[in-house]
Ligand binder design. Sequence first.
Ligand SMILES: [Zn+2]
Length: 366
Amino acid sequence: MQPPTTPGPHFASDVDHDVRTTDALLQHAGLVRNLRGSAAGVTRRVRPERAAQKMLSKAELYEPAPAPIVVPNGVHWIPVPGWHPSGRGRSSWLWNGFSTRKGGVSRAYCADDAQGELNLGFTAADDREAVSKNRRLMAEAVTGHAGTPLITIRQIHSNVLVRATAGDAGRERPRKADGIMTDEPGLLLAVQTADCIPVLVADRKRRAVAAFHAGWRGTVKRIVEIGIGRMRLEFGSKPEDLIAAIGPGIGACCYAVGEELLSSFQSQFDYAADLFHEVYDSDPIRTKYPMLFLTQRAPGHSPIGPSLHLDLVEANRRQLLAAGLKPNAIQSIGGCTSCQSDLFFSHRTSHGHAGRMMSVIGIKPR
Ligand SMILES: [Zn+2]
């Protein structure tokens, strides 16, 4: 198992010493702009074309996940806050939640002496029987019944959508798609991720549900925005009746990308600039004195400069808004698969050797 990544290479006392030394040097040189501990010249949310002014540390962008609940079968999972099926609220008709890597019987991605894990994807490295067992545990955790039909899709980073029926439950090979929806009770729809962003949507009036898988490719192809359009067609959903939850994925804190992604997003979205940040490693001296580290080179191309980070959660929130959902109907659960690699599988952090989490949604049978 990967150790959790914690920002900063130093102990606190070393950090204080380094900062004090730098303070003294700069003061001596007459270069001090700000001695109050906040970063000199830093502003949040500056557009990439004014990249030099927009510098954030990883810590500023990190949003931890809520603590998982642990059920008697050992599965640690995260229900959408306010959507828990045992609650009496307007969402009591919904099954929903996000898995973690904790619980389960997989041995493929953990140390020999560690407990089994909840890999829910039929990955090459894992034992098929262990994954099947884990899927039954996850279905049991969320619905109370290990035999609840779990409908998956074969994800291809597209904007292809499918409408699931009970007939899909017995399907040998899942259909290729990155979004799945239904209005049939008793089915648990699932998307699988290990850094990509899962999005769950429910129509409170028409009682329909959907799950979307949004990596950067699917996000550029507007999987979520197109998916909501499809819900309108299939179920007559009205955007104002929809609620949505964006689950754990790789956070803007950790998702360093190349400049070609900025170009891709700029070609598609007029708000693309809001989705990218320039991020320094959480070096306290760089955080306090970012102007010392500016270079003339393009973002992402400087050995000491910032790297360009993409905020996929915000990108998908913007698509939900563009599709007509109300801002207060959209929840971002938080959680960074890379920062919290003890809790989540992260494809990037484990260099491709990772299990898969599931994000699930369904309509409880009456
Ligand atoms: Zn992170």
